[in-house]
Each structure stands twice: as structure tokens, then as C-alpha cells.
Ligand binder design. Structure first.
Ligand code: HEM
Length: 517
């Protein structure tokens, strides 16, 4: 071998060794060090295997659950349907244990008291989000509020919170009424033409998508509709693929989808940037637009008040995507699950109609009037308890956290099982799995749960959902409009299969039979 070939081979071998060493370090040594520290606290958990961790078990169990013959029986005791593996592991490892997503260990928590002790002294800016999810959901959230951390999170939250103030939300109610009314007009045409059965899940998700696009970046704008269509396409592309979160090179398993999502991501960013640039120019001459982007732009530039804290154009792009992905499906699923429960409990349809008559009568449906619908608020809370659209909350520790005499080490991934806590009879009583909106009558915040961390539909602490008031308004507007136009019952074709696809959704849709009032 001549000298230059020899040195080429040695350099190549050295580079391969460095790459292999780095991979070994990040996929084997680091996770195992983290695992050892966590395990030193005495936590147990299911046995993982490299490189899938416990994912194979999780996927297998989900499949067998989906094809269960009992899936047509309607039970609200859904934990073992939504998370069969967690329900099974809880039997051997109780409510706090370690499991693995690929090469990443996670601390699983379904015990509100443990959660309270662990989170009491950690401020919003001191929480991180698990790196595996940040990577996986990068095309959806980028550096938007859901994923940013530390001082950046404080800066983003500062600019964004005022956009969701009651006064600003009020201005959005007419957009909601408009979109929901055109959905119901479509339903009326179907019902009147002898097709009273409608799969409401798809309908409501697409209407909520339209509403969030209008309220986020203004669909009436030149590029608004295009952004909306591409955002939906990206969502389908990302979640159609069989995903192996935490497994090395998992993106390579679906190269086509990964490339398509990347391409769509770039196109969406470019379109949103053109909207932002056009708006920034015109807002100097006109009143700010009353959608979230318009409000953020105004907040960003008021007399230079925010100075260095202002969001950059690319951060604003990520926030628009965050509102779309974080805000429409969750809200739509809250309405969808409500239609299931109200179809089963027609006495509650009547009670809500009665309340609408008393509170709104023939008046206008808007932010102020729907705010007076108290019973509807109990129903919303009870639905979010039984069928939480965000079925888990994830965090990553950014420093060591003490829980009594245990230490949860810096870097620990945390997975909080909201579905389990919302159905726990130890905290909600014997009727935990029954639909009883009246439990929120005298305890609007906690529904009589005996633990303050037992009801977390919108998360907790400083990082609690920023869009919860927008959701409450949209939910009440949609439901009021539906209840005043139709009564409804469940179709015999409905198959009860609550499943997790990022959100908690009815896997086989929700066919409902409508009768005009
Ligand atoms: C039923 C509807 C909704 C549910 C169940 C829901 C649930 C959640 C949950 C569980 C979190 C995580 C909180 C935590 O980590 O403790 C969250 C955060 C967030 N949500 Fe929502 N959400 C809903 C609607 C919305 C809407 C309508 C928007 C915006 C238009 C929105 C925007 C966000 C944002 C930006 C965050 C991140 C907050 C932060 O980290 O500071 N959400 N939401």
C-alpha cells in the first residue's frame, strides 16, 4: 500500500471510530448512566431491549387492543384501552416507574402526590421538554412556545399571553360562529336529504382547523388558505407513518414521509413569512388585525416596548404553526367526545338547551353570552376528565429535583399519565368512570377530586396551556349552535375505541344520528 492510500485508510478508520464512539456514547452510555442514577431511587420497571426499549411491547399491545371484539361496548373506564401497556405495568410497578422509549429512559408518573412533590419548587422556565419529542415534532412546533425553554420560554410566553386576553378573544367569536354555522348548514342539507348519520369527528376537526387558522393567521389573507392546506397535509404525512420515537435512525425507516414533511415544512415557513412581512408593513399604516398573529405583531412593536424581547419573524412563524397544531385537534376532540356523552345522556342535552334558552334566549351567540353557560362548563370539564384530548404531559428535568429523600436527576424525561389520574377511584371515588358533570357544580376547578394535582386537562404550573380560554369559548359556541339546531343519538355503527394518536381520539370515528329541532 502506498503512503497516501495508507493514510486515507487510517483517517477513514479513525473517523468511523469517532462516529461509532459518539453513537455509543449517546445511545448507550449516556442513557444507561441516566437510568442507573434514576434507578438508585428504588424505582422498578419493565425490562427494555436495545434499541427499541419497551416500544415493541407497546406496539404489540396496542394492535391486539384495537382488534378486541369487546370494542363496541361503551365503557368510560378507558385507561386500559388508551394505554394498555401502562395499565399492565402499573400492576407490577405501581404508579411511578421507569420505562424506555427506544434508547431513552422515562420516569412514568400516575400518582398526583408524587407529582405535586416533584413539581412544587420547579418554575415554568426551569422545565425542559424531552429531546426525543423535540426532534420528532420539530416540523410541527419548531421553536414555538410548546418546545422552547429557559429565558426564551419566558420571552415567548410574555409576548403571547396578552394575545389570549378575554378582550382579544371576544373579537374572534364571530369567526367561530361563522365557521361552525357553515358546518351545521352542511349537516342540515345532509339530514334533510335523508342522510341523518354523520361522522362528526372528521367534520369537527376540519371546522376547528379552519377556525384556528382564521384566528391564528387570518385565512382570508392571500396565502392563509394555502398555509392551512399544507399544515393539514403535513399532519397527515407525519402521523400516517409507523413511528419509532427514541429509536436511533427511526427517520430512515420512513424516508419518503420524512422528506415530504421537511419539504412541506419549508413551504409553510415561506408562506407564513410572506404573510408576516406583508402584515408588518401594513400594520404601520392600519389598525392591527384581530387574529393572533396580528396581536403578536402589535405586541412585538408597541413603542419598541419589548425591545430585545421581541420575537423574530422565524419565531413568529413557529408560533403560528404551534397554535394550529396545539389548538385545533384538542378543541375539536373535546367537542367530539362531548357529542358521544350527550348522545348517551339525552337528559343532559335537554338541560343544556334549557340553560341556553335561559341565558342567551334569542340573543347573539358571542364570547360574553356563552361565558354565562355554567352547566355547559361542568359538562366540558367532565368530558376533559373522562376523555382528555391531551392524554399525557411530558417534561425533562433541567436540574436535580428532590422528592422527600429521593433525587430525580437532571436530564430525567418525565411522562405524566393524565388519563390514569383522571380515572383513579382513589381520588375521584367509586363513580370515577361515570359521566357526572354535576361533580363540578360546587367545585369548578377540581370537580371534587381529593387531590389538587388529580385533574390536569391543560397541564400544570407556569407551563399550563395558554389557549384554554380560547378553547372554552370555541367549545361553548360550537356546542350551543349544535344543540339549538339538532337533537342527536348515537349510531348503532359506532365502535367504541378510544386510542392515542398524539391526542386521544375515537379510532373509528363518531357516527351520530341527527334530528332537526
Ligand atoms: C381542549 C383543548 C386543549 C387542550 C386539552 C390542551 C392541552 C394542553 C396541555 C396538556 C399543555 C401542556 C401543559 C404542560 O406542559 O403542563 C398545553 C400547552 C399549550 N397549549 Fe394547549 N390545549 C388545548 C387548546 C389549546 C389551544 C386552543 C391553543 C392555542 C391556540 C393551545 C396552545 C398551547 C400552547 C402554546 C402550549 C404551550 C404552553 C407553554 O409551554 O408555555 N392549546 N395545552
Amino acid at each position: 500500500m502506498d503512503l497516501s492510500l495508507q493514510s486515507f485508510v487510517s483517517i477513514t478508520l479513525a473517523m468511523v471510530a469517532i462516529v461509532m464512539g459518539r453513537l455509543l456514547f449517546s445511545w448507550w452510555i449516556m442513557p444507561n448512566l441516566a437510568y442507573k442514577k434514576l434507578k438508585a431511587n428504588g424505582f422498578s420497571g419493565p425490562k427494555p431491549s436495545f434499541p427499541f426499549g419497551n416500544l415493541s411491547d407497546m406496539k404489540k399491545e396496542k394492535k391486539s387492543e384495537d382488534s378486541s371484539p369487546s370494542s363496541s361496548i361503551i365503557s368510560h373506564d378507558i385507561h386500559s384501552a388508551a394505554f394498555p401497556f401502562f395499565a399492565r405495568w402499573q400492576k407490577s410497578h405501581k404508579k411511578v416507574f421507569i420505562y424506555w422509549l427506544g434508547t431513552e429512559p422515562f420516569l412514568y408518573i400516575a400518582d398526583p402526590e408524587f407529582l405535586k412533590k416533584m413539581t412544587a419548587d420547579v418554575r415554568g422556565k426551569s422545565w425542559g421538554k424531552p429531546t426525543v419529542f423535540k426532534n420528532d415534532r420539530e416540523p410541527m412546533f419548531g421553536n414555538g412556545l410548546v418546545m422552547v425553554e429557559g429565558e426564551d420560554w419566558v420571552r415567548h410566553r410574555h409576548v403571547i399571553t396578552p394575545a389570549f386576553s378575554p378582550a382579544n378573544l371576544k373579537a374572534m367569536s364571530s369567526l367561530m360562529v361563522e365557521s361552525a354555522t357553515s358546518m351545521l348548514d352542511r349537516w342540515s342539507i345532509l339530514v334533510n336529504s335523508g342522510k341523518p348519520e354523520i361522522d362528526v369527528e372528521k367534520e369537527i376537526i376540519s371546522t376547528a382547523g379552519e377556525i384556528i387558522a382564521k384566528t391564528s393567521f387570518g385565512m382570508s389573507y392571500e396565502y392563509g388558505r394555502k398555509v392551512f392546506d399544507k399544515l393539514r397535509e403535513m399532519q397527515i404525512t407525519l402521523f400516517k407513518s409507523n413511528r419509532y420515537i427514541g429509536v436511533p435512525f427511526s427517520n430512515v425507516l420512513n424516508p419518503k414521509q420524512t422528506l415530504k414533511a421537511k419539504k412541506l415544512g419549508k413551504e409553510i415557513d415561506a408562506l407564513l413569512l410572506s404573510i408576516i412581512t406583508a402584515r408588518s408593513k401594513s400594520s404601520k399604516r392600519h389598525q392591527p388585525q384581530q387574529d393572533l398573529l396580528g396581536l403578536l405583531l402589535a405586541e412585538n412593536t408597541v413603542d419598541g416596548r419589548l425591545g430585545k424581547r421581541a420575537l423574530t419573524s422565524s419565531e413568529l412563524v413557529d408560533e403560528c404553526k404551534t397554535f394550529f397544531f396545539g389548538g385545533h385537534e384538542t378543541t375539536a376532540l373535546a367537542v367530539t367526545w362531548t357529542l358521544l356523552l350527550l348522545a348517551q345522556h339525552r337528559e343532559w342535552q335537554n338541560q343544556l338547551r334549557e340553560e341556553i334558552r335561559e341565558v342567551i334566549g334569542n340573543g347573539e351567540i358571542d364570547a360574553t353570552t356563552v361565558a354565562g353557560l355554567k352547566k355547559m362548563g361542568w359538562v366540558m370539564n367532565e368530558v376533559l376528565r373522562l376523555y382528555p384530548p391531551a392524554p399525557n404531559v411530558q417534561r425533562q428535568a433541567r436540574h436535580d429535583i428532590k422528592v422527600d429523600d429521593l433525587v430525580i436527576p437532571n436530564g430525567t424525561n418525565v411522562w405524566i399519565d393524565v388519563v390514569s389520574m383522571h380515572h383513579d377511584q382513589n381520588h375521584w371515588g367509586q363513580n370515577a368512570n361515570e359521566f357526572k358533570p354535576e361533580r363540578f357544580k360546587d367545585d369548578n376547578l377540581y370537580g371534587g377530586c381529593n387531590h389538587k394535582m388529580g385533574f390536569l386537562p391543560f397541564g400544570f404550573g407556569g407551563r399550563m396551556c395558554v389557549g384554554r380560554n380560547l378553547t372554552s369559548m370555541e367549545y361553548k359556541i360550537m356546542l350551543t349552535l349544535i344543540l339549538t339546531r339538532f337533537s342527536f343519538s348515537l349510531s348503532p355503527n359506532y365502535c367504541h375505541s378510544p386510542s392515542i394518536m398524539l391526542s386521544l381520539r375515537p379510532m373509528q370515528g363518531l357516527p351520530v344520528i341527527f334530528e332537526p329541532l
